[in-house]
Design a protein around this ligand. Sequence first.
Ligand code: SF4
Length: 465
Amino acid sequence: MCNTISIESEKGFFSDAINAVKARTADLALKYFIETYGCQMNEHDSEKLAGMLRECGYTKAETKKDADLILFNTCCVREHAEKRTFGNVGFVKELKAENPRLILGVCGCMMQQKDVAKRLFDRFPFVDLVFGTHELKNFPEMLLKALEEKRVFQISESDGEVIEGLPVERVEGFSTFVNIMYGCNNFCTYCIVPYVRGRERSRKAEDIVNEVREVVSSGYKEITLLGQNVNSYSSDGLDFPALLRLVCREVPELKRLRFMTSHPKDLSDGLIQAMSELDNLCKHIHLPVQSGSDRILKAMNRKYTSGAYLELVDKLRSAVANVEITTDIIVGFPGETDEDFEATCELVRRVGYSNAYTFAYSPRGGTIAARMENQIPEDEKKRRLNTLNAVLAETIPSNNDKYIGFEGEILVEGVDHRGDPLLFGKLSNFKMVYVEGDEKLIGTFVPVKVDGYRFNSLFGHIIDG
Ligand code: SF4
């Protein structure tokens, strides 16, 4: 059973810490700078940290140099993450010499790995604050201690609770994220996430709907529901498709609802039906396949076969008009043979992804795959990655022929100045479209017709709505 903690009901403890920080820093006009690495989960955690700092009276600094508090929100998923983080933290030492009141904090997934966090804390005595992913709600209290010139090292071993009511300072724009669940139960053998984010905890549907409503009323036009595996969302008898239906029904003014990430083993017929029926639910799914070889999928503990995956793709394509599928693929997983790799290339040709994030396998300390014996040499992994990217460079554009003459609506995100200025924005199915038009259209929905394409981008013109 997951434990939900409401900051509202813990007002005393939470706001006492915020008030104490405020009292201590009054009239100092302190500024913060947060550097975020990794996925949308981390980005959203940084928005919560920024929200708490706003409540504490801090404002945002444009650069690290202007800041009185620098936070590194770290990720341990990407390659060489530890080396990069240690390098970046070391660089800030100089800034501390220039601004003695500067507080330096390091948090996020990497700091949830106690041995790494301890190494960083010991190696850099000028770091004031180190805390793990389950400590967000204690941030004002930890900041207060740091302001009192105490060094803080706080990492909880628990899976964490669902915390409701934390203030959020969202990045400005038209699209934003709402968490629906935290953690992961899947233990794919290459992945560190279940160890640093804990087991799955779903938020209550009511809290999610209220947050979506609030975010829409503050002007956001597109929301992505976030979770490591949204398809296993479950709260008070509601599954993920039921949650999507509820959000669309309760907040009809939300024009675009997205979600990520979907684990293929949990993608249900109910979700495919919801995608086909709900107009406001975007026609895009990010469905990481990771490998096209059943042998490697088994070694990865993914719990589906390439055949089952392809069946899902067929179901999606036949039920959801204009659906686009993107994916993640790892090449060079321990024990991957030429035949296994060829199976991946074959699957990529067969699916016809609209985009793919491709990676050469790199071991993450603490995972099962890192201890597997049959690791693939680096140069071979690189060769396979290049080959796979070449396959994608052929298959992605060839799927764009069907878009010539296509009419749809984009949410204009900005202006691309690389050549003649062009507005850009995405269709519901995540395809990017470039058109000529007035900058005033940024943040609005605009009807467009597609005239051509280049690699995975479409080019067109605005039409009368
Ligand atoms: S589903 Fe697998 S890859 Fe995704 S977060 Fe969970 S363990 Fe990691």
